[in-house]
Write a protein that binds this ligand. Structure first.
Ligand SMILES: Cc1cc2nc3c(=O)[nH]c(=O)nc-3n(C[C@H](O)[C@H](O)[C@H](O)COP(=O)(O)OP(=O)(O)OC[C@H]3O[C@@H](n4cnc5c(N)ncnc54)[C@H](O)[C@@H]3O)c2cc1C
Length: 362
């Protein structure tokens, strides 16, 4: 009997889990490396900050239960060679040998005020994570004034969640350029219209501030959140055989197959691939899910020595759905602007929490 092809996936978020679930194929042994006991739908976490009783809603408590046919290695990849990944985890250091490698480690917010918005290092267990998010929610609840720096999707969504749930708090949203400047022009107009109509919210566009300097007096607040500085989790690739494929921390891939530049058996997917999450054409959890399903077919094709198929148009679609609290939203798919009521029903009401966790667990 021929030896099974060893597929190692690094990162158990949207891309890694979707792919691992789909690779339930004879002839493959699949290993998923991920630091946390749980799987989290990152876009749902902002609502946990204003509704702490729902802190477990964007989470599937057990990664092992989500990917039953794969071996889960708990820990963080610390380095990669052309044949194995070294992982630091609760059991110490272990090595995972691969024939095919998939990198799906996503990104994080660089600043300590927001780093826990995306699965942070110090909450590896499900209950620890719930407690951590609830503690962050308590800090917010106690604040009378809030400044959010960053006029991108996360900053806008956070401002709207806070204003809707705590209308008595004074909230200021600061952006170095336009608020929502990266959005489709019509969507940006809808978003800014909603923000401008929110009485407790002050908008400060074209205002440059730095986390390394004190904020001007009029921007100081009880709580300051920096939603800037989204950082790809790719440090473990530096100094290794794929370092040449890194550009500003992002991994350069062939967009049609997701094969990492300069390699023949390494793929990358999700927020870590160029052009990057906050740059058009936008990446997203939705696109990552769709591309993971297509990537699964190419991983199998590679294992069988067959040619890879292009991702195709459907998977390449780009869009942005912005929740503006739970009762309003705005968004587009490619150049089609969606009716706001559709975005509200699709995203804002639940932030895809139930749907996404169900998909992780199905
Ligand atoms: C506020 C906000 C709102 C959003 N709204 C939406 C939305 O409405 N719709 C949408 O489609 N998308 C949305 N997104 C984007 C979406 O969350 C991401 O595009 C998606 O999570 C990317 O998936 P990923 O697999 O690349 O990364 P992630 O889902 O972040 O997963 C990365 C995984 O890798 C793990 N990891 C990190 N480092 C290592 C390491 N060294 N070794 C092993 N594992 C590691 C992490 O712990 C994590 O489990 C939003 C994002 C934010 C921040």
């Amino acid at each position: 009997m021929p030896k099974a092809t060893r597929v190692v996936i690094v990162g158990g978020g949207v891309g890694g889990i979707t792919l691992a679930k789909k690779l339930n194929t004879a002839g493959l042994t699949v290993t998923l490396i991920t630091p946390t006991e749980y799987v989290e739908w990152a876009p749902g976490v902002l609502r946990s900050l204003v509704k702490p009783a729902e802190a477990d809603r964007p989470m599937a408590p057990s990664v092992t239960a989500c990917v039953k046919h794969a071996t889960v290695v708990r820990g963080k990849a610390t380095s990669v060679s052309s044949t194995e990944v070294v992982v630091a985890g609760p059991e110490g250091h272990v090595s995972c040998s691969y024939d095919i490698l998939v990198i799906a480690t996503g990104g994080r917010y660089a600043h300590s005020s927001t780093s826990c918005f995306k699965s942070p290092d110090n909450a590896m267990l499900f209950q620890e994570r719930v407690t951590q998010v609830q503690a962050k929610a308590a800090e917010l609840a106690a604040a009378n004034s809030v400044t959010i720096v960053g006029g991108g999707v996360a900053g806008i969504e956070l401002a709207c969640e806070i204003c809707e749930n705590f209308p008595q708090k004074k909230v200021t949203l600061v952006s170095k350029g336009e608020i929502g400047g990266m959005l489709h022009p019509k969507v940006k107009k809808q978003v800014v219209a909603k923000l401008t109509k929110t009485p407790s919210l002050t908008l400060r566009a074209n205002t440059l501030v730095s986390p390394d300097a004190e904020l001007p007096a009029d921007l100081q607040a009880d709580q300051v959140y920096w939603t800037t500085g989204f950082t790809p989790n790719t440090e473990f690739l530096q100094g290794g055989p794929f370092a040449a494929a890194l550009e500003r921390g992002l991994v350069k891939v062939d967009r049609s197959t997701l094969v990492v530049d300069g390699t023949t058996n390494v793929f990358a997917i999700g927020d870590i691939i160029t052009p990057g999450l906050m740059e058009a054409p936008f990446n997203s959890g939705y696109v990552t899910q769709q591309e993971s399903l297509k990537l699964a077919k190419n991983v199998v094709a590679m294992a069988e020595g067959k040619p890879l198929k292009p991702m195709g148009k459907a998977a390449m679609k780009r869009g942005a759905l912005i929740s503006l609290g739970s009762t309003s939203g705005a968004g587009h798919f490619d150049n089609t602007v969606l009716p706001q009521c559709i975005v509200t029903a699709m995203k804002s009401k639940d932030l895809f929490r139930k749907k996404s966790v169900k998909a992780f667990q199905s």
